[in-house]
Design a protein around this ligand. Structure first.
Ligand code: TIU
Length: 232
């Protein structure tokens, strides 16, 4: 109905405009919900950040993860990190800035941002099931130097519900990569977080500006509402 605040069944109330997704062609993409970013003693904190800023995204992502599992939606988790010999870590990334510990240095959760270490693992609240896809990525974007394109093609995915951390870094980079590859991205506003609240706000604005130049933005409640109607 025109001018109605009530969402149309099955349509996500999103900005800059509502969007209806073909659910079997849609995946939930959870970016880098790792201890290294979320907990004290990890990579995020070594960079000087207040990691408590990211906790707010956990519950909304948990609700979406449950809905995806209940409805059989493809779930993809990503983890940023490097091989123990750092052969996939560019010196420009390792050497930059003045962190308290650099990538590869020993920290309280093992070596910082190294695959297989405790800090590199996904937080227990959102831990992947064996049946779910886990993509290990060396960069900010989930497409760069990973098998993500092959996975999406294999499952016939055209749309991505994107959440995770941090909004303006790995989430934005991945959404931009996905947009250039033709995927529709709906970014979950309360399912993303940044160490800098103002970057979170601007990161979401950049996605939905100019008629949705990179994608759509919706909150988890709007997506859950649309999923409930469309998948039952
Ligand atoms: N530092 C920061 O905000 N983010 C990252 O380094 N990686 C991700 O966003 N995952």
């Amino acid at each position: 109905m025109l001018n109605s605040a009530k969402p149309t069944p099955g349509v996500i109330s999103a900005e800059p405009e509502p969007i209806k997704l073909d659910w079997p062609a849609t995946a939930l993409l959870i970016i880098d919900m790792q201890r290294d970013f979320m907990e004290p003693g990890g990579f995020g904190e070594t960079l000087g950040n207040d990691v408590s800023q990211l906790a707010r995204a956990v519950k909304p992502i948990g609700a979406l993860l449950k809905a995806a599992r209940d409805t059989g939606m493809l779930v993809i988790h990503t983890r940023e990190g490097h091989l123990p010999d750092l052969s996939d870590a560019p010196p420009a990334k390792v050497e930059r800035g003045a962190p308290s510990l650099r990538i590869g240095d020993p920290g309280p959760m093992g070596r910082i941002l190294i695959r297989g270490e405790a800090g590199h693992d996904i937080i227990p609240e959102l831990y992947p099931l064996d049946s779910e896809v886990v993509i290990d990525k060396p960069g900010k974007g989930a497409f760069y130097a990973t098998e993500l394109t092959d996975v999406l093609e294999k499952y016939g995915i055209e749309n991505l519900l994107v959440c995770g951390v941090t909004t303006e870094v790995c989430v934005n980079t991945t959404v931009r990569e996905a947009n250039d590859r033709g995927y529709r991205c709906v970014v979950i506003s309360d399912g993303c977080a940044s160490y800098f609240p103002e970057f979170h706000e601007m990161g979401l604005k950049m996605i939905k500006a100019q008629g949705g130049i990179f994608g759509w933005v919706a909150d988890s409640a709007a997506v859950l509402e649309a999923m409930k109607v469309s998948t039952t």
